[in-house]
Design a protein around this ligand. Structure first.
Ligand SMILES: NC(=O)C1=CN([C@@H]2O[C@H](COP(=O)(O)OP(=O)(O)OC[C@H]3O[C@@H](n4cnc5c(N)ncnc54)[C@H](OP(=O)(O)O)[C@@H]3O)[C@@H](O)[C@H]2O)C=CC1
Ligand SMILES: O=C(CO)[C@H](O)[C@H](O)COP(=O)(O)O
Length: 484
């Protein structure tokens, strides 16, 4: 370990500022891959803790001030910011920009809102600095051993940064889970949607668990075994794997399953909500993600839930007769709903890419989500294949593999949603995904009536199925139709 920033030889290829869970582990990852890493944190305690506990991981340069930090870096300087998203990021960028020089690169690896990244890149570009908004996923373990990295920003910056980032990223089948996503805010946009999908995936897993618990009265340990078994099937994924671990955990104090002593109010830091807001702006029905965000909100509406406990369920149906068949139905419903959630997320990425002119390659994105990130899953290989075969695929649900998978499982999916409804078990993500699928494949939708109503009360006009043009019915007159 080199901790003398004043030595002439002390030059780092990369600097990391913000040494909490993510930053400290990424710094160690860089060091383990042979890079000399300059370390900086607002308060020196985290820097010193890292050096004390993990200084042996490689070459680190300890710095206390931003001036020392910047001076410790090779030119062009590369600084990775891993601080709390929002105002803290702006404060750190400002301080760094004042100390850096044209041509230097600032990378924000936090969970920034993509519109903030667009703004920040423009501001830095005006000062001659390259700004790269990079989504990074993988949590603590991924940051250390190989995350999935989604860098946006100028392509020239990727030429300098790409090899470094690719070397610390997770590797799947010899390919790094890191690629240049596109200009300005594209990296943070896709990371935002990644997190939205993460929300949907977790909600679907939660609904599957709840059904086994309430409809089949299964003990938690048995449900853990089911998830463990599912992880050797087409459902193989990090989230299914850790679901088995969380459900297997027994609380040392009470001897109960840990899940039974955790308060059932899900938190959220904002990326799921941002995804839904963006989907609304782009006009993309990401129903799975939206239901997941709302389900977390409902779970946290503690006072309302307490007051509503006595509300009637009406007459409930009876539990499924055959346990094994129903477990298999749940598995199928989980897979089909998961396909819908990913399909919707990828639709949103296509829409965002078109809106901002980013030209995001969805096949390449599926490739880098196969490892390192929280939503890594076996079936991302299928998604990658689907987009490689047809980069303009209108919906993942139309790719032959997914079309077949959903078709085979549709009866199970319907049984799960109807059984849950009859038993009074909430399954917002399963149900909305099935409705989305039915809506997508429907020949006619009641939107025709919506158009008629809009025309009635607001003269909003409509199109006809049998001729070109825009029409209006004189609803408060003789109800004849006029051309607009
Ligand atoms: N945790 C996770 O699993 C993941 C997190 N992320 C993102 O990565 C980033 C880092 O996350 P995480 O490691 O959890 O840390 P936190 O989000 O908890 O942020 C803590 C770090 O931010 C620094 N900080 C806070 N405010 C300021 C400020 N005003 N000026 C300078 N530094 C400040 C802290 O410094 P100090 O020690 O002095 O308080 C500390 O180093 C975040 O943007 C997060 O959203 C991305 C993927 C996964
Ligand atoms: O970025 C992540 C993983 O990719 C974080 O784990 C994410 O911030 C968790 O979000 P939330 O706290 O809203 O559930």
């Amino acid at each position: 370990m080199n901790n003398d920033a004043s030595a002439p030889s002390a030059k780092a290829q990369i600097g990391v500022t913000g040494l909490a869970v993510m930053g400290s582990n990424i710094a160690r990852n860089f060091a383990r891959n042979g890079y000399t890493v300059a370390l900086h944190n607002r308060s020196i305690a985290k820097t010193d803790a890292l050096l004390e506990n993990h200084g042996g991981d490689g070459n680190f340069i300890r710095t206390e001030t931003v001036a020392e930090f910047v001076a410790a870096l090779e030119r062009p300087r590369r600084v990775l910011i891993m601080v709390k998203a929002g105002d803290a990021t702006d404060a750190v960028i400002e301080e760094l920009a004042d100390a850096m020089e044209p041509g230097d690169i600032i990378i924000d690896g936090g969970n920034a809102l993509y519109t903030d990244t667009i703004r920040r890149e423009a501001a830095m570009s005006a000062r001659g600095l390259n700004f790269v908004g990079a989504g990074i996923s993988g949590g603590e373990e991924g940051a250390l051993n190989g995350p999935s990295i989604m860098p946006g920003g100028p392509v020239e910056s990727y030429e300098s940064l790409g090899p470094m980032l690719e070397s610390i990223a997770a590797q799947v089948d010899g390919e790094p889970c890191c690629t240049h996503i596109g200009p300005d805010g594209s990296g943070h946009f896709v990371k935002m949607v990644h997190n939205g999908i993460e929300y949907a995936d977790m909600q679907l897993i939660g609904e599957a668990y709840d059904l086994m618990r309430k409809a089949l009265d299964m003990p938690v340990a048995e449900i853990a075994d089911v998830f463990r078994a599912w992880n050797s099937t087409e459902l193989e994924s990090y989230l299914v794997e850790i679901t088995a671990d969380v459900l297997s955990q027994v609380d040392a104090e009470t001897g109960k399953p840990l899940v039974d002593v955790i308060v059932d109010a899900a938190g959220q830091k904002g990326t799921g909500r941002w995804t839904v807001k963006s989907a609304l702006d782009l006009g993309i029905p990401t129903t799975g993600i939206a239901e997941a965000v709302f389900a977390r909100a409902l779970s946290s509406s503690t006072d309302q839930r307490l007051a509503a406990r006595g509300l009637s369920s009406g007459t409930l149906g009876s539990a499924p007769a055959d346990r094994e068949t129903f477990i298999n139905d749940i598995k199928t419903a989980l897979y089909a709903s998961k396909v819908v959630a990913y399909a919707q997320g990828f639709d949103q990425i296509a829409a965002g890419s078109a809106e901002y002119g980013w030209d995001v390659d969805r096949g390449a994105l599926a490739t880098i989500w196969r490892g390192g990130c929280i939503i890594r899953a076996q079936f991302l290989n299928r998604i990658r294949e689907a987009y490689h075969e047809d980069p303009a695929l209108p919906s993942l649900l139309l790719a032959p593999y997914f079309r077949d998978a959903v078709e085979v499982g549709i009866d199970s999916w319907r049984r799960v949603v109807s059984t849950a409804t009859l038993l009074g078990i909430p399954v917002p993500a399963f149900a909305s995904s099935l409705s989305y699928y039915d809506g997508l494949r429907a020949e006619r939708l009641p939107a025709a009536l919506t158009q008629g109503l809009r025309d009635f009360f607001g003269a909003h006009t409509y199109q006809r199925v049998d001729k070109e043009g825009t029409f209006h019915t004189l609803w408060s007159g003789d109800r004849s139709e006029v051309t607009e």
